[in-house]
Write a protein that binds this ligand. Sequence first.
Ligand SMILES: [Zn+2]
Length: 198
Amino acid sequence: MVESLDARAHSTADVSPDASVGVGTRIWNNAQVREGASIGVECIIGKNVYVDVGVVIGDRVKVQNNVSLYRGVTVEDGAFIGPHVCFTNDRIPRAINVDGSTKTDADWEVEPTLVRRGASIGANATILPGVTIGRWAMVGSGSVVTRDVGDYELVVGNPARRLGSACPCGLPLRDDHAGRQFAGPCPRCGARFPPEAP
Ligand SMILES: [Zn+2]
């Protein structure tokens, strides 16, 4: 049975007929999904979320309330985007050109931003453009991510810096005092860390 879009999006959500939304995805109050955006299956798109033109979201992604996903952002399967996370798409923003004329889309280039499979971004973090956040990485709440984050890497602060690793189960695994990465069975789930392959 084909699910109708009406059954999946709240009546106040504004979902473009030119957007693609997978089966089982729920879109909540006042969210806006622009033309050309693609959202996979079984996602949650929270209240007031903005999904810009051409944004790609994989399967089983959770996007919490008030997140802005701007053009150039790709989110892979299973990523978690916490409430109020702000993606940006201009590293050196100006409203006007030097001659005083208003900047338009022609005056800047989109820098692609990638959130890889299983990564988590804590509440109110800001992600600068052109950054890749690795598989199963974890970004602490309120962080400002200015550079790439590696697979399984745990980063916090402004600018976000490495604190250690994150197990796929979610447990933070801090580096030791010498800066060496945790290695061994995860104290919570028992899985070997680091895993053999992402
Ligand atoms: Zn674990």
